[in-house]
Design a protein around this ligand. Structure first.
Ligand code: G5P
Ligand code: MG
Length: 255
């Protein structure tokens, strides 16, 4: 294994042994181990959030972006913007998305991977979604933190039927749990909110099946790499404080 020198203070360095140690400590949640981590490694976070449709990836990402200033890269948001702008790529992707199928790699990989700024901390959302996509990503950059959400399917269906989104920003609302201040309008811009065309019961069933068949194997893939942290629950407001603590410990940001 590559040898690196551990440095104290804010020194920037990449140390896979240290990264694995931090992840183990975060999993254990041990106070003693946390204290031993009270120095900053200046680690550059290259993260992804994984989870079923409606598990709260977008909701939790926006909180992580506020607290940690990650660049949020959501493949779904990028694709929806292309559709909204009626670009060639958007027109090719629209039918796949509407029916709940995955968009072919030829369309999505270029959009995400080749536009990824890897010199800054980032959080991928919705990508990678298959082992093939993960391998392509590995050729460009290796993730050092994968946040995996486990939310029961029965919770997901009611969430998605009540979701409304602001396409230009990707901001997400829920008619009951997180309603906009003005009905049907984005809080920041006042622009119209839409119901995603893939938030129909039929498409949700297909998306969940695709998730089980194509995306779930990624959990094992990243667990084997020692970069996976799993969060289980039904309430984003309960999951988020745990996630925030874990990411704080991981990146050792002084909050
Ligand atoms: P997306 O856009 O990546 P999905 O299906 O992976 O779509 P989705 O639907 O965006 O994921 P999410 O981001 O996990 O779900 O969930 P969210 O939006 O934050 O929360 C869902 C709802 O629940 C919201 O209304 C929110 O307010 C509410 N909510 C959150 N927390 C709580 C809570 O605690 N309680 C309650 N009651 N509500 C809550 O991908 C879309 C499509 O694009 C293509 C595919 O076709 C895909 O189907 N695509 C790709 N294709 C190929 N490869 C890729 N890498 C692709 N990426 C996208
Ligand atoms: Mg989302």
């Amino acid at each position: 294994m590559k040898q690196t020198t551990k440095k104290r203070g804010n020194a920037k360095h990449e140390d896979p042994v240290m990264e694995n140690f931090v992840l183990r400590a975060v999993r254990l949640g041990s106070h003693a181990v946390r204290q031993r981590l009270s120095y900053s490694t200046g680690r550059l976070t290259r993260a992804a959030i994984l989870g079923a449709p409606g598990s709260g990836k977008g909701t939790l990402s926006s909180r992580l972006v506020t607290d940690f200033n990650f660049k949020h890269v959501s493949s779904g948001d990028l694709l929806r913007r292309e559709i909204h702008e009626e670009s060639e790529l958007g027109q090719s992707a629209a039918a796949y998305i509407k029916s709940g199928d995955l968009v072919p790699d030829t369309l999505v990989v270029d959009l995400v991977v080749n536009n990824l700024e890897t010199s800054q901390p980032f959080l991928l959302d919705g990508f990678p979604r298959t082992i093939e996509q993960a391998k392509i990503l590995d050729e460009h950059v290796s993730l050092n933190l994968v946040l995996n959400l486990e939310v029961p399917e029965e919770e997901i269906i009611s969430r998605l039927e009540n979701r409304r989104v602001h396409v230009a920003s990707g901001r997400v609302y829920h008619l009951v749990w997180n309603p906009p201040k003005e009905e049907g309008r984005d809080n920041e811009t006042g622009e119209a909110l839409i119901q995603r065309p893939d938030d129909t019961r039929e498409a949700i069933v297909d998306r969940l099946r695709n998730f089980r068949e194509l995306t779930l194997p990624l959990i094992d893939y990243y667990d084997r790499k020692g970069v996976l942290l799993t969060f289980k629950g039904t309430e984003s407001n309960v999951i988020y404080p745990e996630m925030k603590t874990a990411v704080e410990m991981w990146s050792n940001v002084e909050m």
